[in-house]
Unconditional design. Structure first.
Length: 262
């Protein structure tokens, strides 16, 4: 399930969201910021045929493990020559200025400690007419915002418990190994609690301008204790958006991002 979601589902959505705005990835220089285990970057490379794709992550991608998974699922025996991975700092990408036609990030920004700094770095490595795609799911205050559904399947559990209570319950459970439990507890405690409006402010402060927006939402039961938070935070579980480099001119600098969506 994890492999298929990241190798097939996510690349298809990236391709559709960008392609629907006249931004195909074929033949372009592309960056994946927060590429994780590299499965998605490989899927995008195979599906979309960019000229090059660089996957950046603060943790080095284990290529041997990635290829072992690929062989198990019968999708590859070696990395395509146009794909490479580079280890990055939290707010620094090892790349020259103005390299990439398209930069995308998928389910990573809720983990970023300094969103404005990283967005400015993304803007730096984008070409002046480049396009940035961001998908964030789930927002912290939404039903599954803790990322801990293996331990807490009930929605909004984290808005009615303290972080200490949540971590204690995880450690008392035998749902996963102690190593996995400690890793996920650390990830939970580090979530930035960014809201949709916070994200919009961060994008603007980084010198980018949103040109297309799709909210991710669905029906959910809301417990009483969650209602101290705005409904907009509880009801919007994620977002997809496209942004371009902001310009002082009246026209956007990327003509292929349809003006009807600007």
């Amino acid at each position: 399930m994890w492999f298929a979601d990241h190798y097939e589902m996510a690349p298809a959505q990236i391709d559709d969201f960008l392609g629907g705005s006249g931004v195909p990835l074929a033949g372009r220089t592309v960056a994946d910021v927060g590429c994780g285990d590299g499965i998605m970057a490989l899927g995008v490379t195979h599906r979309c045929r960019p000229a090059s794709l660089v996957g950046f992550d603060v943790n080095a991608v284990n290529v041997a493990t990635l290829l072992e998974r690929c062989r198990r699922y019968g999708v590859a025996r070696a990395l395509p020559p146009e794909l490479e991975f580079r280890q990055s700092d939290p707010v620094r990408l090892p790349s020259d200025d103005a390299v990439f036609d398209v930069v995308y990030t998928w389910s990573a920004f809720e983990h970023v400690a300094d969103p404005v700094a990283l967005l400015r770095e993304i803007r730096r490595v984008m070409k002046p007419d480049g396009v940035f795609m961001l998908q964030l799911w789930p927002f912290y205050h939404s039903a599954l915002g803790s990322h801990l559904w293996d331990w807490f399947p009930e929605p909004f559990h984290h808005l009615g418990q303290t972080p200490d209570e949540i971590v204690a319950a995880m450690r008392a459970s035998d749902r996963h190994t102690p190593e996995t439990t400690e890793y996920m507890a650390k990830e939970f405690l580090a979530l930035n609690r960014l809201t949709l409006d916070d994200l919009g402010d961060a994008i603007a402060n980084a010198g980018l301008r949103v040109g297309k927006l799709e909210l991710i939402a669905g029906a959910t039961h809301v417990p009483h204790e969650a209602l101290r938070h705005p409904l907009s935070q509880l009801g919007v579980s994620g977002v997809k958006l496209l942004a371009t480099v902001n310009s002082t001119s009246s026209e956007p600098r990327h003509d292929s991002l349809r003006r009807s969506e600007s």
